[in-house]
Design a protein around this ligand. Structure first.
Ligand SMILES: Cc1cc2nc3c(=O)[nH]c(=O)nc-3n(C[C@H](O)[C@H](O)[C@H](O)COP(=O)(O)OP(=O)(O)OC[C@H]3O[C@@H](n4cnc5c(N)ncnc54)[C@H](O)[C@@H]3O)c2cc1C
Length: 418
């Protein structure tokens, strides 16, 4: 009883914080969107409020939030400023999955065994402690123009090379979409490299900002999520010591940690885009209650078409939220760890991001032509909601996994089709 009450109190406290921050950030969201500027002040507020440490246990200086807390808070934060929510998501999801890997390491479940030494585990542990104490931010550059979202096949190369007798790697390559680039302190990148026996493997590195050879190239000028500063990362002759390598695994292999990563990433991404859709729904509902053409003695809320659009939004949002929350709860109860459960995790993200696009479309229909003015936040919701379906797993890749799982076809079955 005591545990339930304190968990409920913690969730209420975290949601109140997310709401306060969302309202504050919402006042600046249009300006950052229109100026294409990065909201440094929002990131500072997130740090000072402790929000950046949401999933870290209280005894380690965090807020002790669960995956469900994270999902609920990110939905609320995105209602104020979706770009800020997406930016900080890259850090918190990484922290949440790192915490989980440290506290409950995933067991290999049929994919290739993860070849990670004890030094890498120690590096991970030290990294979490450092992130918590120094309020450092972690972000990642995995996507490349050459591979898109096929992260198992990076063209970025890490060559084993000693320097002054110390073992290390020389990294060269270029990454795209490094969200929150101006504020990241530790940059995670995936590379093609070799293990100690010279066998080709994928190497995951965490490189401190400021390391020689790392350059952020300011390419981010998009129609959506403009304030995320998701710039390119140019990595040229960047030498790093061996301890920066935190994971080695077989190329193209399904990752035994995929369930953990996609639980923390996919569900929170689904929540962010649900948040954008909720903001659009709220705006449209208020609009419908206020807008009264002179021909009628009541506002447009009394038109059946408007009521049906609002009902469609309610149905979509309730379904997405229920699925995201139920999936998070099942995860927290220790479920969804098996390889074949991955589709269930991915399904929630896919439902939520696609439904969000449909909701914003309905909301825009209610508001009508005024929604396309730059001064109307609806046009920002319309632009910002679109890339949800591009974020991993993309619709096509997700549907292949969901369909094959339902049909009892292993994702690694060859030939892939036909
Ligand atoms: C706002 C925003 C922020 C982002 N932030 C980050 C970040 O911080 N770090 C980062 O690394 N990335 C980030 N990304 C990139 C994101 O992860 C990519 O959009 C994603 O990896 C997919 O890559 P892509 O869009 O280039 O598409 P591609 O992977 O090139 O896909 C193009 C099309 O081909 C299909 N396709 C591709 N490969 C396959 C396949 N193997 N099988 C079947 N179909 C396939 C896709 O479904 C899609 O329809 C961000 C993206 C956005 C929009």
């Amino acid at each position: 009883m005591t545990t339930t009450t304190s968990a409920a109190e913690r969730t209420a406290r975290l949601l109140a914080l997310a709401g306060e921050l969302a309202d504050e950030f919402g006042e600046r969201a249009d300006e950052h969107d229109q100026q294409n500027t990065f909201p440094f002040e929002n990131i500072e507020r997130l740090k000072e409020s402790g929000y950046t440490m949401l999933p870290v246990p209280e005894e380690l200086g965090g807020l002790g939030g669960t995956l469900l807390d994270f999902v609920m808070c990110q939905e609320r934060l995105a209602q104020g400023c979706a770009s800020t929510a997406l930016s900080i998501n890259m850090h918190i999801f990484a922290l949440g999955s790192l915490m989980e890997n440290l506290l409950n390491p995933p067991a290999p479940s049929g994919g290739a065994e993860e070849r990670r030494g004890p030094e890498a585990a120690a590096t991970l542990k030290a990294m979490v402690a450092m992130l918590a104490q120094a309020k450092l931010l972690i972000g990642g550059g995995f996507t490349e123009a050459e591979i898109g979202g096929n992260w198992g096949f990076p063209t970025t190369k890490a060559l084993r090379q000693e320097r002054d007798g110390a073992p290390g790697f020389l990294i060269n390559g270029r990454k795209q979409f490094t969200t929150m680039a101006p504020a990241i302190d530790l940059i995670a990148v995936n590379t093609s490299t070799t293990d100690a026996d010279g066998e080709p493997v994928i190497g995951m590195f965490v490189i401190p900002r400021g390391t020689a050879g790392i350059e952020i190239v300011e390419t981010w000028d998009t129609m959506s999520m403009r304030a995320t500063a998701s710039h390119d990362l140019n990595i040229k002759d960047c030498w790093v010591p061996e301890q920066t390598c935190v994971g080695l695994r077989a190329p193209g292999d399904a990752d035994v940690g995929a369930n953990v990563l996609l639980a923390w990433f996919g569900l929170s991404i689904g929540a962010i885009y649900t948040g954008i859709a909720t903001a659009a729904r709220n705006f449209a509902v208020d609009w419908a209650k206020e807008r009264q053409p002179v021909l009628f003695d009541r506002p447009i809320a009394h038109f059946p078409g408007v009521q049906f659009h609002v009902a469609e939004m309610e149905l979509e949002l309730a379904a997405s939220r229920a699925l995201l929350h139920a999936t998070a709860e099942e995860w927290m109860a220790g479920g969804l760890r098996a390889r074949e459960d991955l589709a269930r995790i991915v399904l929630a993200k896919t439902q939520a991001t696609n439904a969000a696009i449909r909701v914003v479309e309905q909301a825009m229909t209610v508001v009508g032509a005024p929604s396309i003015f730059r001064t109307n936040p609806m046009q920002r919701y319309y632009r910002d909601v679109r890339p949800g379906a591009f974020q991993p797993l993309t619709n096509d890749v997700a549907k292949e996994l969901i369909g094959k799982t339902a049909l009892g076809i292993a994702p690694e079955f060859l030939p892939r089709w036909g």
